[in-house]
Design a binder for this molecule. Sequence first.
Ligand code: SAM
Length: 310
Amino acid sequence: MAYGATGPTAASICSREGSHNIVAVRFQSQKLVDASLAEDKLGKAGAARPRKQEGCSVPATWEEVANLEGLQLPPAVAVECMKGSSLTEAEVADAVEYTINARSTVVSGPRLRATAWLTWAALSAVGGDIVETGVFTGGSTALMLRQVVEKAARCDTKLWAYDSFKGLPPTSSQDEKKGVGVVGKQGEYSAGRAQFDTNVANALQGRSYRERLQVTAGWFNETLPASQVKRIAFLRLDGDLYVSTMDALQALYDKVAPGGYIYVDDYLSYRGCKRAVDEFRLARNIAAPLHVVLETGGQIEAVWWRKPDC
Ligand SMILES: C[S@@+](CC[C@H](N)C(=O)[O-])C[C@H]1O[C@@H](n2cnc3c(N)ncnc32)[C@H](O)[C@@H]1O
């Protein structure tokens, strides 16, 4: 069923905006900082031309990530799930720089860095597959896929990539209500599957990745409920709109493993996206604190949270 044929899928629940426990994490400075959400400093436009990060440092070991997030990792879990190699700042910086130079993404440097660290944390501490809803030209997908190929101990760990490859579906009234960020436009981010395949192949050159990547083309409301993924360690949502975010949460959240990570790229850049996340968290009574990713200029677009262990 194409989008626009029916109304949005979510029940109408009042948003409890501002009530979440929000924590800001500077992936570029290794500091945990409390921050209030600055609604006047937002906009996806800032992410369209990502800038290179310089002179930054991020946590280089799991212990530092765990301390940063106030989380504890049982060491045995890490050893079991990883090939024994750590992720270093240099590796993250290289991967981010490559992705930006390849012009294969609209995701900013800080959000790519957050994506890299969260992928690693998920693979090391949780175990399970990676899912991205909204892959566009493949930049963030390739960044994560390299880690799946190089770091995950289990050779059946997969990255599941979902996209219409026709751009955004029609917006709904849920995207147009008052709020922060932009509304979005039907057909935006339409790049086609071939561009995605080329960018991923270039980024993964010399690595055997085809069995680790499962790409499904189509609208989320049709593809995600039929997804064969069983256990998700990292769910990366990048579909911009209300319906795209809500469809992903409804279809996939229950498959996120305890302790798994949920990252939302557009929480404070697209009105409907925030609305969908707020409604879903409220309806499901999710109290896990929202962590925000600070952009270079201090503004905020992306957030993430960790599913409780029990
Ligand atoms: C902002 S782009 C993703 C950016 C990408 N992660 C990157 O690295 O640049 C949003 C993508 O989500 C896809 N999308 C949004 N809503 C969708 C839906 N309901 N069904 C299928 N694809 C959707 C669009 O086709 C587009 O490629």
